[in-house]
Design a protein. Structure first.
Lengths: 320, 606, 318
């Protein structure tokens, strides 16, 4: 087991290295804009541009540039500086991470609270009106683009501009440390929107999985033993049917921590996703690279955690 | 030259009665009943910027600003962007500054009076106020040496100033004989400070009027050498990105001991806080500075921000609201919106050196074909834009002399709604007997991928397609558009729609010189996007640069404008009029010299 | 895009539950009984016909083509006119007919959805077969590579390539601008899902008796892979492809929403929604109709996928 974990982590580190290399190649070999010009600003002279190119090391061979980049990340945890504000990327990420964690954490909680009960009830009450209505709604949420849902939600429910002024609207986010009450209020709508689409998937997956499990022999055995149906479902059925949900939680937490770009943009939450989006819109590569690496780190870490959790839960999963 | 127009900030809005009439004359007949209603309403609801009452506001309170766009540079040596200027002129005091209502003459700010020009236009002397203090942590009186250092550091590559060469290069010792900047941030021989309140500039050519104009740019705001020098040695400097010292009525909230404002009063891409500068002395400054604090929130959907501002009380948006918000404001909150004329222009740069647009008659044909009234519509109608008819835009000296609203009455310019028959006549003159392009070239057309920008660019595509061109249109983010494609001649982009250049100060040269002066073409970061390089125009510009006197300069540059129209060097799209919105409890004062953005030092709460 | 990531993780999890025992005929017989799925299939066929005959349909309805600009159909503030005679879905800010653009947008969505899925499925299947059958180093290498691909944010990749390759393409013509870039992104990301599923199936199939038997009879590797294993994968592959199509349609819409994708003036639903966000409050129709078209199309593919899955694995049937 221990060797499995170590090997998995080593693979994770290698994967990170490859992601760093791909990001570097993508933005240095195929830059969407000239970094020296962006840094130099509007109408900078050719001499200034040449100077900045040298300063950024753009005149060095590609492998030297790559080596410098990796060295700074590994040795100094330094991801470089924004071309525009000259703020350190590491600092920007640290500043934005709490908002993203708030959004992701709350959304996952709401997702589980909504998705799991609906999934279980749908599976048990298969083919009933509830099941059809719930699964139909879920499918609509799965099929709808999240930016569209977010805008509709704002125009319906936001306190400042909505038809029914229920929840705090866009741009109302405050840090938890500033005011927990307002923090909570400002995140309700984004949590619901993000959770609506996630919960739809969870409910569908859990329903399918639970239906499969309930057809297994050991469930029939449990029933035959005269156990109460409720106990059969909860203790035997849901317990084993929930494993795919564990995978989903792991992967979703991983990808949400990397920044929910569209949700953060629509609700104006100053998190990693918006940092990334703004940076792309301005070709601010150091920030783009930093946020990509962060997102990859979270996803890879989540994958490792899920794999290890699986190995514990299900001994049949042998390291390949 | 002038700072580049940021279309995102600047999606532009329009003006004047003349424009409304012009649009109505266009062939694009309007079936919508709304049109008539609009024409009957006063064209500028709320106060007109040029009549706005700058003083007698109420003192105190906190203003809540919602901007979609963040600042780019907060170092007075690097700031060169209308949104940067909003903070720059509230926190820094250059030698001269424009008052909100005046876009023709800068008033003395740090200086005591207008400069003295002597030695046949080769010497400029400025006296500064003795009792202006630096804010914390420097806390001492500003001297002329601080102004000298501020300008000298403009040549330091670590600062990244964009305009030192063109405006300050004539100072003795700044450039070599070939016009290459040789100063590097250290002392410049031509800048002397005979005493702590006097600064003298010696020039190698008689271009004092250009230099005087440039002394209203943020570069002339004093920078304390002892404090900033160690920072300026870093690549890039940390002055203006991590630390900064204020002289204006406001300062970014900062650590009072170190002057560090990053993540104290400025959170990049997120928010900023401006507070009062404790060392500011109202007696030295014409700015009333009514507000106690300004909170700036960055980001969010444009339509959402706009509604928040209009339905709020102490709220303000200080970049361009969406079309729908302009409409909403105009119809429901007319006292909360103003339209500022003279906010710039936009045109399609076309490659004058290569490809089909090398032929002047092809360029005239495209000019004749493009539906400029359609562009105005897409931008939000005649309140926010008018068809562009020549290159000096409204509000800039020389505008009337070069044709005013309707522009020169040449055949390719007289139909703002586009006239295909006229266009085809010029295509025939260009050697395409059918009146349509029959060559094999595909037009590489690169625009910006913001929603309104893309829609307006499609109108240009329509015009080109109507003339038989095969167009390959690509829309990318603005930074990519300029720095990778349109600013790089080697990329061979045929057309870049929606580009423009706004004045840096009240002189027509700053509008025409950068984008159309041939010798200024460079391989990267080129701002003569159409590679316009006509020897006659170049020579006329060199001559006009030396003309002295406001009226004479206006006429000289108006003549150049006529040459540009005659050669159809670019395809006109629109003149911009900037809309600006506030909440119900704010008395906003608009800077007509800075594309109409609200001035934090003059606006107040009701 | 969060959308894509979410949907895909859902797909993977669902995939784990599917067994591949039913012959194709049985599969079809079961499918026919699922009314919802059959209706969805009918709707999709209808969409395909609309896409194929777009010019004809637009002509029959009697509306202008999708790129015809008519600014007189906007009011003095540039706000487009809503649904009315001559323009059933209203017009956009350039006065172009929204219905015509929605109809032509079907082409883009289906093209991207189907071509992208076919390419991704082919790559994923071949690599999955190889990895699952031979295991060892090649399996490890490919599997870890999928980790890397999956940990790379799709949107960033899309936006980066879109900006870099938008004008003249890049990588020596491998990545074409516009539709080519979108297809490249879809293929390079989505083969990994197919790969994972195929690999998993092959790992279990290769231990089955009939494979052992074939091997004992001296069948070559390629014969075992293509004659013995692949036929057993056809049904699950149909199911997964049908579930990948809606994801790809959403991904295209998301990329177009962010400005990477189909070259204007061609119409794409995602791009129309993006344009509409700016005028949403005054022109509800501009966001609603493309959004509805997107929703219904994705929904139809999802329902079809569900039906196929149920037919494949009757235990999960409704």
């Amino acid at each position: 087991m221990l060797t499995f974990i170590i090997r998995r982590i080593l693979w994770g580190i290698l994967a990170m290295a490859i992601v760093i290399a791909i990001t570097f190649l993508l933005f240095y070999l195929l830059p969407s804009a000239n970094p020296a010009v962006l840094r130099g600003g509007r109408n900078a002279s050719p001499a200034t541009i040449a100077y900045i190119s040298a300063e950024l090391g753009l005149d060095k061979p590609i492998y030297t540039q790559f080596w410098d980049y990796v060295k700074n990340i590994v040795l100094h945890f330094d991801l470089g500086y924004s071309y525009y504000s000259s703020a350190s990327v590491t600092g920007l990420i640290a500043d934005r991470l709490p908002a993203t964690i708030s959004l992701a954490g709350g959304a996952i909680v709401v997702t589980l609270l909504a998705g799991i009960p609906v999934g279980i009830v749908s599976a048990i009450k298969r083919r009933t009106f509830f099941d059809r209505a719930a699964m139909g709604t879920a499918l609509v949420f799965v099929s709808a683009p999240i930016y569209w849902l977010g805008l509709i939600a704002l125009y319906l429910f936001a306190a400042d501009i909505g038809r029914f002024r229920v929840f705090d609207g866009s741009g109302s986010y405050v840090a938890l440390s500033t005011d927990p009450g307002r923090w909570f209020g400002s995140l309700i709508l984004p949590w619901i929107v993000l959770a609506a689409t996630l919960a739809a998937v969870y409910a569908r997956v859990l329903r399918g999985s639970l239906i499969d499990v309930m057809g297994e022999d050991y469930i029939r055995t449990a029933r035959a033993k005269g156990l109460r149906e409720r106990r059969v479902i909860m203790r035997h059925g849901v317990r084993s049917a929930i494993t795919p949900i564990v995978t989903l939680i792991g992967l979703d937490v991983g990808s949400l921590l990397g920044g929910a770009v569209l949700t953060e943009s629509v609700f104006d939450i100053p998190g990693i996703g918006r940092l990334n989006y703004d940076a792309i819109a301005h070709s601010d590569f150091p920030i783009v690279q930093g946020t990509v690496l962060l997102a990859a780190l979270f996803i890879i870490a989540a994958n490792i955690v899920v794999d290890i959790a699986y190995a514990y839960l299900d001994p049949r999963v042998r390291p390949s | 030259m002038s700072h580049l127009i940021n279309t995102r900030v600047f999606a532009a809005v329009g003006l004047a009665a003349a424009a409304a009439t012009l649009a109505a004359c266009g062939s694009s007949s309007n079936s919508s009943s709304n049109t008539n209603t609009v024409k009957q309403l006063p064209l500028k609801p709320g106060e007109s910027p040029s009549q706005q009452q700058m003083y007698n506001g109420k003192k105190g309170g906190t203003l809540q600003v919602y901007n979609q766009e963040d600042f780019e540079h907060l170092d007075p040596g690097a700031a060169y962007f209308s949104v940067d200027y909003e903070a720059m002129y509230a926190t820094q005091r250059p030698l001269y500054a424009y008052m909100p209502n005046n876009d023709t003459l800068a008033a003395p700010d740090l200086a005591t009076a207008q400069p003295t020009i002597s030695d046949g236009g080769k010497t400029v002397t400025v006296h500064i106020k003795p009792n202006v203090m630096f804010g914390p942590p420097v806390n001492r009186a500003v001297t002329s040496a601080d102004v000298a250092y501020a300008i000298e550091r403009g040549a330091n590559p670590n600062i990244g100033n964009a305009y030192f060469g063109p405006y300050f290069g004539a100072i003795v010792g700044a450039e070599d004989a070939k016009g290459k900047v040789i100063a590097n941030g250290g002392p410049i021989a031509g800048i002397t400070t005979p005493n702590p309140t006097t600064i003298v500039f010696k020039l190698s050519s008689p271009t004092a009027s250009l230099l005087v104009g440039a002394l209203s740019l943020p570069l002339s705001a004093p920078v304390p050498a002892s404090f900033a020098k160690p920072m300026d040695a870093k690549k890039p400097t940390t002055y203006g990105s991590k630390y900064v010292v204020a002289t204006g009525p406001y300062m970014f909230k900062a650590n009072p001991k170190t002057g560090e404002f990053l993540n104290v009063g400025y959170f990049p891409g997120k928010s900023s806080v401006l507070v009062r500068n404790p060392n500011w002395n109202a007696k030295t400054d014409p700015r009333p500075a009514y507000l106690d604090q300004i909170n700036i929130n960055v980001g969010g959907d444009q339509t959402v921000i706009g509604r928040q501002v209009l339905t709020g009380t102490n709220t303000m948006e200080n970049d361009t609201p969406a079309n729908t918000i302009v409409k909403l404001a105009y119809q429901k909150y007319p006292s909360q919106i103003v339209f500022t004329p003279g906010a710039g222009d936009h045109y399609m740069a076309v490659d004058n050196k290569h490809g089909p647009f090398k032929n002047v008659n092809v360029r005239r044909a495209v000019w004749a074909a493009i539906d400029r009234t359609a562009v105005v519509r897409v931008l939000g109608g005649t309140l926010v834009a008018a068809p562009m008819t020549h290159f000096i835009y409204p509000g800039v000296a020389g505008y009337d002399q070069s044709g005013g609203a309707s522009g020169p009455q040449v055949p390719w310019n007289v139909n703002p709604a586009g006239n295909l028959a006229v266009a085809m006549k010029y295509m025939k003159a260009a050697g395409y007997p059918t009146g349509k392009y029959t060559g094999s070239a595909t037009i590489q057309y690169v625009g910006e991928n913001a929603p309104t920008a893309t829609a307006r660019d499609e109108i240009g595509v329509q015009a080109l397609t109507a003339l038989g061109f095969k167009v390959h249109a690509t829309y990318v983010d603005q930074a990519t558009m300029y720095s990778k494609y349109c600013g790089v001649p080697a990329q061979n982009i045929d057309a870049c729609p929606n580009v423009g250049w706004i004045r840096d100060f009240a002189d027509p040269q700053t509008v025409l010189y950068v984008p159309f002066w041939g010798p200024g073409i460079v391989p990267t970061n080129n701002s003569d996007w159409g590679q316009v390089d006509d020897p006659k125009i170049n020579a006329a510009m060199d001559k006009a640069a030396l003309v002295v006197g406001d009226a004479a300069r206006a006429q000289a540059w108006a003549n150049i404008d006529r040459m540009l129209v005659d050669q159809a060097v670019a395809i006109p799209e629109d003149f911009d009029f900037q809309p600006n919105i506030v909440g119900s409890g704010v008395r906003g004062i608009s800077d007509i010299w800075d594309i109409g953005t609200w001035d934090y030092s003059f606006s107040s709460l009701k | 895009m969060a959308d894509a990531e979410r949907g895909v993780t859902g797909l993977q999890a669902e995939g784990g539950e599917i067994a591949a025992r039913s012959p194709l005929a049985l599969f079809w017989r079961r499918f026919r009984k699922d009314r919802v799925a059959v209706v969805s299939l009918g709707f999709i066929i209808f969409l395909i016909l609309i896409a194929a005959g777009a010019p004809l349909v637009v002509g029959l309805v009697g509306i202008p083509g999708p790129t015809v600009q008519n600014l007189s159909l906007t009011d003095a503030f540039g706000s487009p006119l809503g649904p009315g005679s001559g323009h059933p879905f209203g017009v956009d800010e350039l006065g172009r007919d929204v219905m015509a653009r929605v109809i032509y947008g079907t082409r883009v969505s289906l093209e991207v959805g189907i071509i992208g899925t076919v390419v991704a499925t082919m790559i994923g299947t071949v690599l999955g077969l190889i990895a699952g059958f031979y295991r060892g180093a090649i399996d490890t290498l490919l599997s870890r590579f999928t980790d890397v691909v999956l940990s790379f944010p799709v949107l960033v990749l899309g936006l980066g390539l879109g900006a870099a390759c938008g004008v003249r393409g890049c990588a020596g013509g491998l990545i074409q601008p516009g539709l080519g870039t979108i297809l490249f992104i879809i293929a390079i990301v989505n083969w990994t899902y197919v790969y994972r599923i195929v690999r998993g199936q092959v790992l279990s199939l290769r231990e089955k008796d009939f494979v052992e038997a074939a091997r004992a009879l001296g069948a070559s590797d390629s014969r075992i892979i293509f004659r013995e294993i692949l036929p057993n994968l056809i049904a699950p592959l149909i199911v997964y492809s049908s579930l990948l199509i809606p994801l790809n349609i959403l991904l295209e819409a998301g990329l177009s929403f962010l400005g990477v994708g189909i070259r204007p003036p061609a119409a794409s639903w995602g791009q129309m929604i993006a344009d509409a966000t700016n005028i949403f409050q005054t022109a509800w129709w501009y966001m609603t109709f493309p959004g509805l078209a997107l929703l219904l199309t994705v929904l139809a593919f999802n329902l079809l996928g569900d039906g196929l899955q149920d037919a494949l694995n009757p235990r999960s049937g409704r």
